[in-house]
Write a protein that binds this ligand. Structure first.
Ligand code: 5AD
Ligand code: FES
Length: 365
């Protein structure tokens, strides 16, 4: 295998190169992180962008085998924030200069839900004089729904592909039409066609997943030409079917390092995209997200869901910041980001630079 130093000097990468980077350890791994950090600063700047995360409901029609809020988990207390709670959270983000929010929820594909989100988007836009950026993370929807939400003011959409290995996708999802790999891909294509900045990502350290699967995921991101990525370690949840494979998993520190290496390798591969420091990193290491920001990530999503609901939105166990008010989260984050030599891009949407380059190049969104 070639060593990290040599690979990092190349201008293009084969699957083997990416696999070698994902295998790097010790000093070589630190070299990869340092190079990714440099590239991030050079291509996306010193500013780290905030997205206030609003987990608006944990009601979900799906049954993903890894996810704590899957439909069949009857231990979950289901909630849905009121319109007022959502608007208050959005106002909090606006008044605290976050620049953007992310609306995330369990997957609901009803007409009533589509309409409600559309109305909320219009309200948030008018309440903030069009100044607050809005990312959606509301799962698979009809193209018409994606379009309505786009026209109502959302401009970025995140839909993780979870894994691009179709066999593995089938092993971590129930075998029915609601959980279809090709449909998920089609959704990503319609999101992009409509004109959203398009984001996807995978879980890292899933049972049965290999490092080669992860390098194939990276090549998929490059070939799809994504604008944004969100990737984090898989964290087992005892109330899910996938928990039975917990003994097959990498240790938590190994999963953590592999997740950071995925972020850093993606930064080396796609220099000007937005990459989020996933919350799941913080489950393993209290300053996991900040470590990701020093390994190539440039976006962080402080949770601004009202505190009394947070314990019910548990995709995985040991979720951090369950009882921290958004204001507390902000000050501790800010000092840690400044300590890393970066600054927060207050009042800025922090759009993906890659998206605009792609549009200019292709004459399409
Ligand atoms: N561990 C880590 N990430 C998870 N997600 C869902 N369940 C888990 C888990 N157990 C991620 C999925 C989903 C995103 C919202 O959360 O990648 O797309
Ligand atoms: Fe809700 Fe997967 S369990 S989308």
């Amino acid at each position: 295998m070639k060593n990290t130093n040599i690979i990092l000097e190349q201008s293009s990468f084969t699957k083997e190169d990416l696999t070698a980077l994902l295998h790097s350890e010790g000093e070589e791994m630190m070299l990869l992180f340092a190079r990714a950090n440099e590239i991030r600063e050079q291509f996306t700047g010193k500013r780290i962008f905030f997205r206030g995360l609003i987990e608006l409901s944990n009601i979900c029609e799906k049954d993903c085998l890894y996810c704590g809020i899957r439909k069949s988990n009857s231990n979950v207390h289901r909630y849905s924030l009121t319109d007022k709670e959502i608007l208050d959270a959005a106002r909090f983000a606006y008044e605290n200069h976050y620049g953007s929010i992310v609306l995330q929820s369990g997957e609901i594909a009803t007409k009533a839900f589509a309409k409600r989100i559309e109305k909320l988007l219009l309200q948030i836009k008018s309440m903030t004089n069009d100044k607050l950026g809005i990312t959606l993370s509301l799962g698979e929807q009809d193209p018409e729904v994606y379009l309505r939400w786009f026209e109502a003011g959302a401009h970025r959409y995140l839909l993780r592909i979870e894994t691009t290995n179709e066999n593995l996708f089938h092993r971590i999802h129930p075998d029915n039409d609601l959980h279809d790999f090709k449909h998920r891909l089609d959704c990503l294509y319609s999101i992009r066609k409509i004109g959203y900045q398009t984001g996807t990502g995978v879980m890292i350290g899933l049972p049965f997943q290999t490092v080669e699967d992860l390098s194939a995921d990276l090549l998929f991101f490059r070939d799809f030409d994504i604008d944004m990525a969100g990737m984090g370690p898989y964290i087992e949840h005892s109330e899910t079917p996938l928990y039975q494979y917990k003994d097959l998993l990498l240790s938590l520190p190994q999963r953590f390092n592999l997740a950071l290496k995925m972020i850093a390798t993606l930064r080396v591969l796609m220099k000007d995209i937005n990459i989020a420091a996933a919350t799941a990193l913080q489950v393993i290491d209290p300053i996991g997200r900040e470590k990701a920001l020093r390994a190539g990530a440039n976006v962080i999503m402080p949770n601004i869901t009202p505190v009394n609901y947070r314990k019910d939105y548990r995709l995985y166990e040991n979720k951090p910041c369950l009882d921290e008010e958004a204001v507390q989260c902000q000050s501790c984050l800010e000092s840690r980001i400044n300590a890393g030599g970066n600054e927060i891009g207050f009042d800025d949407w922090g759009d993906s630079k890659h998206f605009f380059d792609r549009k200019n190049k292709n004459g399409r969104a």
